[in-house]
Design a binder for this molecule. Structure first.
Ligand code: NDP
Length: 444
């Protein structure tokens, strides 16, 4: 058994019933084989054993009261995974599927993603199995206040800086920040994704979606191509999906399909994003309504069929494991050339393998969606200095971050003899900086 195999084996034994964490750890550690071979000092210092073990896991009770006076109890989590290169940083997810395995997989991925941005941020993630869908604003506020009453003991602008994720948007961040400020009596950059009136950064809302398109644009450019005239399929219709669609359209692409968790809309004439935004951002409604409002569109119940639509570029932007092998094979058969992951771990391991074997340019989430956390770190920088940059300044820095990520992962893949394999490239490039810092800190 190799060092990596032994660590993975041990990890599965020590953490049973955490399939998503096993999946992420397998993908990451397997690609680090050539690195640990080159650096025997890592094994001698049990670096991987320490790398896969979170520095701290916080789990807590979140009691709250609904509009009818009924008391509910949810689970709250914060996994402070690795602070070798900076304070823990990563989003909070509120979704009924949230459990420890999912938070650990997300936190683990986040370490390398944050490192890839080139900014001084460690990795963490948190959330709750609370479902904001169908709740009144007052109920969401009650929940957020209760959640922060416990979380505020563990976070701080130089310790751990959470942000949004699925189910945590501007409204939730506002309530969470309000409660933190009230208890701790400080107005600091403790959360990112804040509103512009209380310390937020311009372009944070757009950052993940725009960044996804910028890194894909760089990959296209390096191959003498561009978004102009390309057919694009985007899954999801939340924050990442909407702004990926907006930027892709600005660059001349034809985005033909999007979905929410009930089903997908196909509009061969091109998605009218203002209508999607009205349905999803303003009314918090269902995407089905799009087909009722736009003549050229059709609606299909269920999500999976979206991957059967012919496209040049697929941007999965909803959730983990939304592209399985069968969907990947459909995309490949229809001639897809680029798959860039806006969501975290949207492709299963066998789907990734199929893309790579078919020569599809595959950009994994930790590189492709790093724009969100990149601009979050820029928000932290602005907060510390008590200054605000213009939209154009932040957008230019975001583009620069994404272009750098592309070249760092491309170079790392080449250096280790895996040209064009961006799973290897992103994992190696992200890991090296964290490993250097961990070695420098001694056995901690
Ligand atoms: P949102 O909550 O804004 O949107 C999520 C979208 O995905 C919605 O359209 C939702 O549908 C759909 N969705 C969620 N779960 C499922 C499911 N099980 N099956 C089908 N569709 C589903 O989240 P974000 O856009 O912020 O996040 C999307 C992904 O991007 C996540 O993986 C997140 O971790 C990742 N990400 C987000 C970042 C950010 O800055 N926001 C940064 C980096 C990564 P419905 O409307 O029906 O709920």
């Amino acid at each position: 058994m190799t060092y990596v195999e032994r660590v993975l084996d041990e990890l599965k034994k020590k953490n049973p019933n955490e399939p998503e964490f096993h999946q992420a750890a397998t993908e990451i550690l397997t690609s680090l084989e050539p690195v640990v071979e080159k650096h025997p000092e890592y094994e001698a210092n049990a670096l991987l054993e320490r790398f896969v073990e979170p520095e701290r896991v916080i789990m807590f009770r979140v009691p709250w009261t609904d509009d009818n006076g009924k008391v509910h109890v949810n689970k709250g989590y914060r996994v402070e995974f690795n602070s070798a290169i900076g304070p823990y940083k990563g989003g909070l997810r509120f979704h009924p599927t949230v459990n420890l395995s999912i938070i650990k997989f997300l936190g683990f991925e986040q370490i390398l993603k944050n490192s890839l941005t080139g900014l001084p941020i460690g990795g963490g993630k948190g959330g709750s199995d609370f479902d904001p869908k169908g709740k009144s604003d007052r109920e969401v506020m009650n929940f957020c206040q209760s959640f922060m009453t416990e979380l505020c003991r563990h976070i701080g602008p130089d310790t751990d800086v959470p942000a949004g994720d699925i189910g945590v948007g501007g409204r939730e961040i506002g309530y969470l920040f309000g409660q933190y400020k009230r208890i701790r009596d400080e107005h600091t950059g403790v959360l990112t994704g804040r509103g512009l009136s209380y310390g937020g950064s311009l372009a944070r809302t757009e950052a993940t979606g725009y960044g996804l398109v910028y890194i894909t644009e760089e990959a296209l450019k390096m191959r003498g191509d561009s978004f102009e005239g390309k057919t694009v399929v985007i899954s999801g219709s939340g924050n990442v999906a909407i702004y990926a669609c907006q930027k892709a359209q600005q660059l001349g692409a034809n985005v033909v399909a999007m979905y929410d968790s009930n089903g997908y809309v196909y509009d061969p004439e091109g998605i009218k994003l203002d209508i999607i935004q009205d349905i999803k951002e303003v009314k918090r409604g269902r995407i089905k309504e799009y087909a009722q409002r736009v003549k050229s569109a059709t609606y299909t119940e269920g999500c999976k069929g979206i991957w059967g639509i012919k496209c040049d570029i697929a941007l999965p932007c909803a959730t983990q494991n939304e592209i399985d092998l069968e969907s990947a094979e459909k995309l490949i058969a229809n001639g897809v050339k680029y798959v860039s992951e806006g969501a975290n771990m949207p492709s299963t391991l066998d789907a990734i393998d199929a893309f790579q074997k078919a020569g599809v340019v595959f950009i994994p989430a930790k590189a492709a969606n790093a724009g969100g956390v990149g601009v979050s770190a820029l928000e932290m920088a602005q907060s510390s200095q008590r200054i605000f940059w213009t939209f154009e300044e932040v957008d230019a820095k975001l583009k620069n971050i994404m272009v750098n990520i592309y070249h760092n992962m491309d170079d790392a893949a080449k250096e280790y003899g895996y040209e064009g394999n961006y799973v290897m490239g992103a994992n190696i490039a992200g890991f090296m900086k964290v490993a250097d810092a961990m070695m420098a800190h001694g056995i901690v």
